[in-house]
Design a binder for this molecule. Sequence first.
Ligand code: BGC
Length: 749
Amino acid sequence: MGRVVILLFYLFTFSPLANAQELPVYLDESKPMEQRINDALGRMTLDEKIAVIHAQSKFSSAGIKRLGFPDLWTDDGPHGVRPDVLWDEWVQAGQTNDSCVAFPALTCLAATWNPDMARLYGESLGEEALYRHKDVILGPGVNIYRTPLAGRNFEYMGEDPWLASRMVVPYVQGLQSKGVAACVKHYALNNDEEYRHQVNVVVSDRALREIYLPAFEAAVREGEAWAVMGAYNLYQNQHNCHNATLLNKILKQEWRFDGVVISDWGGCHHTEEAIANGLDMEFGSWTNGLTEGLSNAYDNYYLAQPYKRLIQEGKYSTRELDEKVRRVLRLMFRTNMNRQRPYGAMCSEAHYAAARKIAQEGIVLLKNATPHSDRGSENSGRLLPLPSAQRLLVVGENAVKMMTVGGGSSSLKVQREVSPLQGLRERFPQVDYARGYVGDVGGNFDGVSTGQDLKDNRTAGELIAEAVEKARQADCVIFIGGLNKADYQDSEGHDRKDYALPYGQDAVIEALLKANKRLVVVNISGNAVQMPWADRVPAIVQGWFLGSETGRALADVLSGDVNPSGHLPYTWYRRLEDTGAHALGTYPGTWRPEHDIIDEEYKEDIFVGYRWADRQGIRPLFPFGHGLSYTTFGTGKAKVSAPEMTRGGTLTFTIPVTNSGQRAGSTTLQLYITDRKSSVERPVKELKAFRKVFLNPGEQQLVQLTIDERALSFFDSDRQQWVAESGDFVASIGFSAGDIVARVPFKLR
Ligand code: BGC
């Protein structure tokens, strides 16, 4: 007997057979993932299954300790890795090792019109996330820019579904290449912030499919995103975090999404809807805090004990639960159970370089004219770039205000943020400063403080007088204003109340114009703003929220060290009423009598952004896709690979582009499609391809733009499918939606 025991001991401890038996399938990396998932699932108890589908702290959910699965850590997103918070609070934990690099806001990324920048962004952010042991980054956001008042437009990728699609895919792939999941948000129709928990969006199937879903679809189908976040609002009278149509029908069945649906924080409201309608993980629901509760407050989550009770009572089997858990396990195998995951890096020089490069490429030169005072004089020429020897006066709060703190969940704690004033002072020898106006002097978000004291008790008149006095002495004045991250600005939870610039900035600009015609306005924002002075200010630059390297990237462009190449990801209307949503009075919606739900009907339908401007014949201040350079570009005759597209085929358009100026620079060729005759009303034109090219002076390149049948299609609501009707089409190629240089007719057979 003794010998048998010893033999068995040897067999199971030292022989290769024993090792093979000991390694459970779910830990065996040579086995297919689905097999490992099923194996792990089969070993889990009901309590373990319930535990992994809801939060255990503000940003984490439980692992399966008995089986060696670590806890899963999420974090915002999308512009850098948010500082760690206390276990059960929003307030930062006060760590000293969680200061990150802030990358430019996603509007800036979209404005690069360069998918390589999106890949670089995703990879860099992924490395920062890894270093901080985060498994899921809560971003990117791809809700369509429908109104310039929307508080979170700065976190999204503009008004056009094609542009947002091309930019979101490499971001997701770059991030996930590091073993960190992207959680694409906010799915769907979260196009403004005001009453975001109560808005029920009423939208046609066609607008849903053609405008609001394509970027999500691309992120899922092409980017293969591992997570999607449900939005707070309602659609078809059902909250989007457990919305049968959006989650089950479209996301999971049609798009074959195999990742997890995560609720927005506090976006889950109903256990049975959550069970049945496709929510996989519940986060951020109200808890009374671990300190106040007698037991673990997270047990009260809709997908915690209430779900378990329904299973125990026999109302549900574990069919839905197992499906959710499978998805969570898949997420874990892709992230924190992936042993090939690299280690990551935080605040590396490479990350700062990436942030600066993306910022440089996203800054948009909106206007660059000859100042009135210079006309006919010797130094007649465009105001930008600025020669180094000039005496510069910088005016405006946004020249000094830190913008990485505030704005809601995207708020960061950065290792450094170079302000515009600092960046300009590093680059130019003579830079004076005047405040000009006082806007928001706050500098705190969830316990993170900028440490800046921006208080200034002078009156508006005194501030303007000082700026004007100094402007008279300067060779050139750079006004740096715009919006900020305070409530009711570019910030989560509310929308702007006004299209106009806040804090009396227009008056400052007008006064400066009177004092010195050599005026550059740099607008820092994630939204268009009203610019009543635009026709009289010679140079206007759109500066976005540029992150850690803000000041340097701005100085790079203003000095001409870098030739600007950003293009607008949205239409810049002169007046708010020019926007479809506002022209039709559909914003913010109509309250129901009980005042619990506000219905917001998207009456402009598919005519969002330039589609509305084209249809109504409105000339915006700056068209979609607009962006100037310090050099000039010319084009030759455009050609198409064949006169007809066959079903399921593609067509390639070729256009020669030449840098006809003196400086090296990049431009973006944009291709828009027009359907000449259709059974339904179609937009005048729609972006379906673009390409950014870099050219040395005198250099020419043949730019190729390829489209497929989907580019010719509309969504047929009756048939519930994409339809491309045979007939005549036109491809319009240009430098913006308002600057078309070539038109090529073709047919679809
Ligand atoms: C925001 C999300 C964010 C989450 C966690 C919510 O309020 O809407 O975008 O990811 O909070 O911070």
